[in-house]
Design a binder for this molecule. Structure first.
Ligand SMILES: Nc1ncnc2c1ncn2[C@@H]1O[C@H](COP(=O)(O)OP(=O)(O)OP(=O)(O)O)[C@@H](O)[C@H]1O
Ligand SMILES: CC(=O)N[C@H]1[C@@H]2OC[C@@H](O2)[C@@H](O)[C@@H]1O[C@H](C)C(=O)O
Length: 400
């Protein structure tokens, strides 16, 4: 037997694994690196987050990604070059963090890498009958494995599509394993570039849980912070807080069939982007809004669509006493969280930190949990429903 297969087999049989989860999301703010100690699998999964860092990307790198990110027409050579480049960069950032944490790469069992999404195209978005749901993440795992010397699982989304999903959201699996609690109806709300939530019913029934995107989280706020403030984001929602919501623009922004489509569903910055806002401004004749009013309206747009989706699941599931636990960078924006809480006065609000997982780290932890499940679990049935196939994800890269 190849010794590397033996090594993988030994890792799969360990009572506890040390897994580094990596997430580089649609905000392009940096690489989230979560070092996890994981015991068990499925609903007995127990995660301790030992270390966490977000390593910010420099402006040059962000600009490189933006040349190909969420665009229909790109420089294909640049895409090809960025694939190994991102893999090597992520590998190097892991080594730097391990050095800071005084941990040897040989002490890590597995790296679980999401990569960088460069294009997301569910059928509902691309509308080409003959093509399936599609999504593309780059930053090949072979480069991470070769550079760090650690077996790497990567490219988690393709299997989800192969078994009938849209390749996202994958949070359903990790949220169910980590955060489901008998006797409490929970909504795990993540506000990254795109917002999504997971519904965890109080009876713990895996065949009812799902995660759905709700639409924009921070993606439009960040795009306009770059334009209006020359900043990566509107820190603490300060510009938005100084403006007034424009109802005409808000209504125009909300007229998109995505918002009333059935759960679960996914979207991305391929749809919710500056041209989307400009088109709504044109339709509502609100092109000359002051910067603060535009930002206030965009925050309300995210809040309304998030709250509308949560309200729908509360009503459909006839949920009593729902608890919402927030995560992702949007939880740091008080204008956004304040607006959501105002729209959902019957919900109790907290953050995933209250449940033991730092909300900034949650998505990176998810990939560690998915890798753990592929190695040592795989027995939980989600009933093979539309959008939530029972599935093990991730491709294996050996260091040599
Ligand atoms: N203090 C703050 N005030 C306002 N917004 C903030 C603050 N801190 C973080 N954010 C927002 O959070 C964003 C980063 O969020 P996060 O890291 O969760 O996104 P992501 O993982 O890239 O997204 P996705 O989940 O869509 O892949 C920033 O770009 C910014 O919009
Ligand atoms: C294609 C893609 O990268 N989707 C991301 C994105 O960021 C948030 C939202 O859109 C979510 O659907 C997903 O990521 C999380 C980790 C998920 O799959 O659950």
């Amino acid at each position: 037997m190849n010794q590397q297969i033996q090594h993988l087999y030994d890792i799969a049989r360990k009572p506890e694994r040390r897994i580094i989860g990596l997430m580089s999301g649609t905000s392009l703010d940096g690489l989230d690196i979560a070092l996890c100690r994981i015991k068990g699998s499925g609903s007995t999964t127990a995660v301790v987050l030992e270390q966490f860092a977000t390593v910010p990307y420099d402006d040059d790198f962000k600009a490189e990604i933006r040349t190909i990110f969420a665009k229909r027409d790109i420089n294909f050579e640049r895409l090809c070059l960025l694939n190994p480049y991102i893999g090597r960069l992520h590998g190097q950032l892991i080594l730097d963090c391990l050095h800071t944490w005084a941990i040897e790469p040989s002490e890590i069992d597995v790296v679980a890498s999401h990569g960088q999404t460069v294009y997301h195209a569910p059928k509902s978005q691309h509308r080409h009958d003959k093509f399936p749901n599609a999504t593309l993440q780059i930053g090949d795992g072979d480069h991470i494995a070769a550079l760090t010397g650690v077996i790497t699982l990567s490219d988690f989304r393709q299997k989800h599509i192969a078994l009938g999903g849209e390749g996202a959201p994958l949070a359903v699996y990790g949220d169910y394993f980590m955060f489901s609690k008998a006797g409490q109806n929970r909504i795990l709300l993540n506000m990254g570039g795109i917002a999504n939530f997971t519904y965890l019913p109080a009876d713990g029934d895996a065949s009812k849980v799902f995660t759905t995107d709700t639409g924009p989280g921070n993606t439009l706020l960040d795009a306009y912070a770059r334009r209006l403030l020359n900043q990566p984001y509107d820190a603490d929602g300060r510009l938005a807080a100084s403006g007034q919501v424009n109802e005409l623009l808000l209504d125009a922004l909300k007229t998109n069939p995505f918002f009333n489509a059935p759960f679960p569903k996914t979207t991305g910055p391929e749809v919710f982007n500056v041209p989307y806002v400009e088109e709504a401004q044109q339709r509502s004749r609100t092109r000359d809004l002051p910067a603060a009013n535009l930002m206030a309206t965009l925050v309300q747009f995210s809040a309304d669509t998030i709250a509308h989706a949560i309200r729908r699941v509360i009503n459909e599931a006839e949920m009593s006493n729902p608890h919402v636990y927030m995560s992702g960078g949007g939880m740091h924006n008080p204008v956004l969280t304040g607006a959501i809480q105002k729209l959902l006065p019957d919900c109790a609000f907290g953050v995933t930190n209250d449940l033991g997982i730092n909300g900034d780290a949650k998505e990176a932890v998810l990939f560690a949990v998915l890798a753990n499940e592929s190695l040592a679990g795989g027995t939980t049935s989600f009933g093979n429903r539309q959008g939530v196939p029972t599935v093990s994800m991730g491709k294996v890269s050996f260091p040599k």
